[in-house]
Design a protein around this ligand. Structure first.
Ligand code: ADP
Length: 370
């Protein structure tokens, strides 16, 4: 029999989950999507509840459990219920533990759908990741100065300031300099990422209409777009969306997402930047019909040096750090990044930014809006 957290006078919805659910080694919670109360827990979830909620039982609802506000949870439940998404993944911390949480809707015959949250403890992996990142950061820091000196010396040789050099040697120095540029790019990306995470990067926030930021990003990517022969469209579903952001940093985010969408689209393909209200958040979505991301790679996509797919990285100039930086910037701005992708069909990356309260968005006068 499953444990029930509700009081006797309530009649909570119940999922006929069977023994499998109760014996699952990962903590699993069944949540009522309407009230966001937790109505069933398996054995492992009960232990987790005892660990993390020793003092304050009244707090123990879906918001507390997932760290996501009721408004955002409802928006995610709406997407799951309408089959726009199959699963929502969250990173959740409780005490010293870190969890990968998956939220899914379970449909049981004759009753309302219920939300199931399965927690996977990834604390050990997170600890190893942290140590690796620290090492990478230290090494990067130490490498930057000598590398800049090497690049400077090569620049002097190429400019002729170091005397005559054979044509063959010059060609080799040119290749070495291009590779040094690439290394410096990677090192600067790593150090940028650290700065954002440590709160040391300065953000210059201002209230701005997001369409301006979207248009600036699309303009910035024109050369790249033409090189890959991909069309980029802007689709404004709701007008007048305003957020308090650093426009330059959000342009950096959108340019990164757009360049990925373009890189992984076929020649002659189309990428769409969509702007709409999503619950109480402003959502910018970058939609492509490119090669998509294999399911096995999706979980670690925002990790450092993550590169998947078949494209030649040297040709496209990627470092595998772009999405980590994008995520760090968006989260610094109080937003969230998420994506959906299917191999062979395409990918959509969503950037959700807090809307400026009191500024009302207007539904664009066009068909196809939701
Ligand atoms: P890079 O700078 O190498 O592009 P990112 O961190 O931006 O690195 O992206 C990480 C990996 O995610 C890329 O190697 C790419 O394979 C995959 N990826 C990102 N966006 C898309 C997309 N729109 N379509 C397909 N794959 C993508």
């Amino acid at each position: 029999m499953l444990e029930n957290t509700n009081h006797a006078h309530q009649s909570p919805p119940e999922l006929n989950t069977g023994r499998f659910f109760n014996d699952l080694s990962d903590p699993a919670f069944v949540i009522d999507p309407k009230t966001l109360t937790i109505c069933q827990l398996n054995k492992s979830a009960l232990r987790l509840k005892d660990d993390i909620n020793q003092n304050n039982a009244s707090q123990f609802d879906a918001e507390f459990l997932t760290g996501v506000s009721a408004v955002d949870l409802k928006a995610q439940i709406a997407e799951l219920s309408s089959h726009d998404r199959d699963v929502v993944r969250l990173e959740v911390c409780h005490l010293d533990f870190e969890f990968d949480v998956s939220l899914q809707i379970m449909w049981s015959s004759g009753s309302e759908p219920l939300l199931v949250a399965i927690f996977r403890d990834v604390s050990a992996r997170a600890g190893v990741d942290r140590k690796t990142n620290e090492l990478v950061s230290t090494v990067s820091h130490e490498l930057r100065s000598p590398l800049t000196a090497i690049k400077g010396a090569m620049g002097l040789i190429l400019s002729g300031a170091a005397g005559d050099v054979s044509v063959k040697a010059l060609q080799m120095v040119e290749i070495a300099q291009r590779n040094a540029d690439r290394l410096i790019l990677i090192i600067n990306d790593i150090l940028d990422l650290d700065k954002i995470k440590d709160g040391a990067m300065v953000f210059d926030n201002t209230e701005i209409e997001l369409i301006e930021t979207v248009n600036d990003s699309v303009e910035a990517i024109v050369g790249f777009r033409d090189r890959f022969d991909v069309q980029v469209d802007v689709d404004v579903q709701d007008e007048g969306l305003i957020s308090n952001i650093d426009p330059n940093r959000i342009v950096q985010v959108l340019v990164n997402l757009l360049s990925n969408a373009i890189k992984f689209s076929p020649a002659g393909g189309r990428v769409t930047v969509q702007l709409k209200l999503h619950g109480q958040l402003n959502r910018i979505s970058i939609i492509d019909n490119g090669e998509g991301i294999p399911v096995s790679d999706q979980k670690s996509l925002f990790g450092r040096f993550m590169q998947v797919g078949s494209k030649n990285r040297a040709a496209t100039g990627g470092t595998g750090l772009g999405l980590s930086i994008v995520k760090a910037i968006v989260e610094n701005q109080g937003g969230k990044i998420s994506f959906e992708s299917q191999e062979g069909v395409g990918s959509t990356f969503h950037v959700d930014l807090p809307a400026v309260v009191g500024k009302v968005a207007v539904k664009a006068n066009k068909s196809g809006s939701d």
